[in-house]
Every structure is written in structure tokens, then in C-alpha cells.
Write a new protein. Sequence first.
Lengths: 421, 266
Amino acid sequence: MIPFDRVTRAAWVGAAALVLLGVPTARAQSIADRLRGASGDVEIRFASRPGVCGDGEGSMSFRRPERSDDHSDWNCEPGPVRVRLTVHDGSVQAIHTLVGTRHRPIQGLTDLGAVGDRDAVQYFLSLARTADVPVAREAVTPAALADSSTIAPELLALANERARPIEVRKSALFWAGEVDEGDVSAAVQRIVGDSTDDRRLREQAVFVLSQLPDGAGIPALIRVARSSAEPWLAAKATFWLGQSDDPRASQTLRELVTNGNVPDEVKGQAVFVLGQHDAPEDQAFLRRQFDSLGSTKLQDRVLMGVAQHGGADAKAWLSGIVTDSARPVDLRKRALFWWAGQSDALTTSELSALYDRLQGDAMRRQVIFVLSQRDDSLATDALMRIARSDPDHDLRKQAMFWLGQKNDPRVAKFLTDILEH
Amino acid sequence: MRYRHMLAAAAAVALGAGHAPAQSIAQLVSGAGDGLIQLRFASRPGVCGDGRGMIAGGDHMMLGDGGWSDGSGGWRRRCQPGPVRVVLQKTNGAIERVSSFIGGNDSSADVHDLGTVSAPEAATYLLGLARDAAHTVGNGAVVGAILADSAAPWPALAEVARDAHSHETRQDAAFWLGQAAAARIKGTTLFGDRGDETPSDDEEVRGEAIFALSQQPRDESVPALISVARTNRDPMLRGKALFWLGQSGDPRAIDLFSQILAGAQR
């Protein structure tokens, strides 16, 4: 009998030998070898890079921030990467990438077991470089998620391969930014600035800049937004700057709004994204700039942003515009349209009272229209009041017309009464 | 000019009615081969057309096959009185399309011209066609029937409004019944009088109320509109209520139209 310590020792040695022998064996039979001649659905799995997690079914996350307030039921399990391949006579027809171990059993799925992550990277990169679009595009993801590899340079190289389909190039560029293997902003910037390349790839490059960790792409985005000779590109950069919390971004957006040399397309984007910001100083800034914007389109974006943001300051400002008879009626109507579009910002009772305060048919017509678009019974009350007693018969007619569109049982009786008396 | 046309039309009716007493229109059409079959009959007073698709009279203007309007009122100059001209398209023995015109002529070699026929007979024949056929037949047939002079097609038109095979044809028939009923309420004729009176502000508001009522759910709007049509003191408002009832195609509206038009001679 072999003493226990020898057994243990032998077992360890055996395990070590297995590791030493086993890994080369798996490598010797590459993924391509395993799939050769296969048909049907097969699955392989390999280790994922740090920060990758998933629910085993189809949802996955990468570089997910640790949040103590995340009480969602989603249980994000860190790896492994599991790739299901639909194979026909050894040729891959479809790829579906999952992360995590939990999953429902799939009938007819052949488990080919674990493979080396470097083998996986090379295999899927090879598919991305050579296969047709759906497979090539989907092959980029598992390559990027695999552990123990430096892949960004190869992904960038693939993104720059003009002969490859745009979907593949875009996917490669996206993952080059996501894998966080060092600053790729310079390489991505080159793509952004290359006017000879596909516009779709350049748009993707702008997006990738916005997603780089630690705001690494913000300076480049600022440069593009401020100084690109292509307004569409500058507008894209502006949009993505607007999605950033970086203070440099907000500052740049304001400069774009006030700079008279900035094309309207870019300025419009800056106004729009600032309008979506909750920061009171951004809202106040837009209200201050409103009169100097000049263009109806730009002013509409401010009206929309301020109205959506709401709050006492927004209400006072919008009310001031709507009731200011010195302003053009068209502008006042648009302000009312955006303001009243937020029913919690302007209640139906307030709207009804506003009708009585407003001077002039055009503004009152606009109030009637806004009332017609509201579903609450107070809006019907207000329309019936106008239809019955407004001294202007055209306004009464308009209120009557919109009452006809209301689905309120009181309306038919009201109309019948009007006709009988 | 207009008088001469009307005289000519009257003469044609007199001649036509005397020519084919033995054979009904259905028999004449049946005897004709496949292709286009044209027949004429006298039109109601006040009706005019351009010989193609445009037909007008009173407050009505229709743009059918080939009809057009430049929107400048120039159509009034082109709109001339004349007999109703109906062209039937027959294929494999079945009527597949009916087009109605005022005036004009299709003198193509492949047109089988039945000449002039009795207007009341034509109305009866056309409404018979409209009942069972597709809307490509029903549309032109209903128009031809309500244009026919000396005809009171209302009971037959009410049957079409209730029972026609095609939903669109039922809608067309209900519309014209409503128009005829409104004309009767107002003491006017279907095509002879134009509503030139300017409504007062109050009438305009009430007219809008009738439209608004028509937009309400049918179970509420139809009884309310029927009540207005029956009892309101203002004939203009009653006429508007009848118009919207005609648009509804509701059986209760058809009953009301039939009651209003009962005993009407034209």
C-alpha cells in the first residue's frame, strides 16, 4: 500500500502532469480541428477577462461599476465566456456569445468543453477577418471577452481593414475601446479624422471616444466638436460630449452655443444636449441665451429642454414668454406648446386660467388646441365653458370642434343642449 | 344656350321613351355583346357636366372618371346641362363598371349605343345593378340613378343603402338619401338650388355642434342627430344633421330618410 502522503504527492504530480499534458493536448486539437466535420449546435467555453460578467442567458456586462445602490435582481456572474456555434459541415453559420454558467438546458447542443483562451482569441479573430458578415461581426465579441490576451492592436488593425464589411470594422473598433488595454484614443482619433474612410466607421469612432475609460476620449471629442470642418462630425462629437458628466464637456457645450462661428447643426446639438442636462446652471444658461439664438429651430430646442426639465424657474420663464404680448405670436404659441406638453408643469386648471388671461385669438386658439390634447375631465370642462360662453364665435366653434373629438359621455348631452336652446 | 340643351334633352326623352317600349333596359343590355354600352336619359333640373367626369348641380360637385377642376371656378363655364350618359363596361356577360356623365359622347367604334331611354326606368335598372355588384359598378350606378329626371328612386335607393353587397355602395346610397331628405326638409330640390344664404354666427356655432355631435360614439350621436333632424326649428341645422346622418350610414338614419322622402314625387 502506498503511504497516504505519497498518494497525495502522487495525486499532485498526476494533476500537474495532467495540466502540463492536458493543456497542450487541447491546444493541439484547436477549435477549428474540433469543429471540422461537425454539424449542429455546439458550445465551447473559455475564461473571460476581468470585469466581464453575465447572467448565462444573454445579458452581459463589461467594466460594470460597483454600485452599492444596485438592488436589481440581475445576478451578474464573472465568466466563463460560452460561445454557441451553429455549424454545418464544419462551417460556422451563426455565433451566440453568453457569459456565466447558469442557463437552461438546450436540446441537441453538443458541449465541446473548455478551450484555451488564446486559442479562442485566435480562432474568433480569424473568423472576424475572413467570414461573411453575420458570423464575422459576432466573432469579434468572444475574441474581445477572452482572458489573458492583448487584443486591442489586432482589433484596431481589423477596424482599419477597408476591405472588410463595415459591420465587422465597427464591432472591432467598439471592442478596441472597450477592452481597456491602454490609451487607444490616438488611434481612434485618426479614424475620426480620416475623411476618406466610411462615414459610419467615423461615427462609431466618435462614439468609442466617448466611451473610453476615465474620460480619455473627452479632449479628442472637444477638439472635433470645436474645430472639425465637417459639421455632421462635429455635431456627433457634441452629442456624445453631452452624454458625459465631465465638466470639460459642459464648458465646451456652452462655448459652442455662444460662439457665433459655430454651424447651426453643431450649435443645435449643443443646445439640445444641454437642454437634457439636469444641472440648474445649464438650464439657466439656456434661458439666458434664448433671445440671442435667433433661429426658430434653436429656440425650439431651448423651449423643449426647459419645459421638459420643469421646476419653478422654468415655469416662470415659460409663463413670461407665453404671456408677453410684445413677443411674436408664433414664438409664444411654440412656448405654450412645449410647456403644456408637460402636464405636470402646467396643470389643466392653470391652462384654463391662462386662457382667460391671454389676449388675442391666436393664443387662445393655441390653448384650445392644447386642451383638446389632454385626456382629463377638466380639459373637457374647460372646452365646454369656452364653447358655451366665449364671446368670440370662432373660438366657440373651435372648442366645439375639439369637443367632438373627446370621448366623454358628457359631450353629447352638452352639444344636444346647445342645439336645443 | 342652356334652354336649347334642355329642349334637346326633352325631345330626346320623348323620342327615346317612344322607341323602346317593348324591351326593358336590362334586355337591351343583355342583348348587347361585351364591351362598352352607352345609354342616355333625361337629367334632373339644375344638373350640368363637362361630358367627362365632372358633374355639378346645386351645392354638389362630383369629379368622377376623367373629371377635373382647376379650383378657380372655371369649371362653371365648362359645366353644361345635358342628358345623363351612362357607360357600362361589360365583360363575359357581366357588368364590371358603370360610369355616369352629363353630356358628352363616346363615339368609339366599339361602343354599343342603346340611344335614349326612360329616366325612371334607367334609375330602376341602375339601382338594381348597384345592389348586387362591386363598388366599381355601384358607385356610377347610384350616381346615374339619382341624376335621372322624373324619378323618385328613394325606396329603391334605401334598399341599396341597407342591403347592397358593397359597403361603399351602401355609403354612397345613404349619402344621397340624406341629401335628398335635407333638400325636402329645406323645401329645395336635390340639384336645383344652391345654398347661398350666409349663416349667422350663432348658426355657424350650432352647425359646428352638429359636426361635433356626429363625431361622438354612434350610439350617442345617431339618436341625437335624428332628434335634431326631426325637431329643430332651423331647417339649415336639420339639413346639417341629415348630412351627417347620411355619412353615418346607420340603419336608423336610413329609416328616417325613408320617412322624410315617403311620397316624394321626385
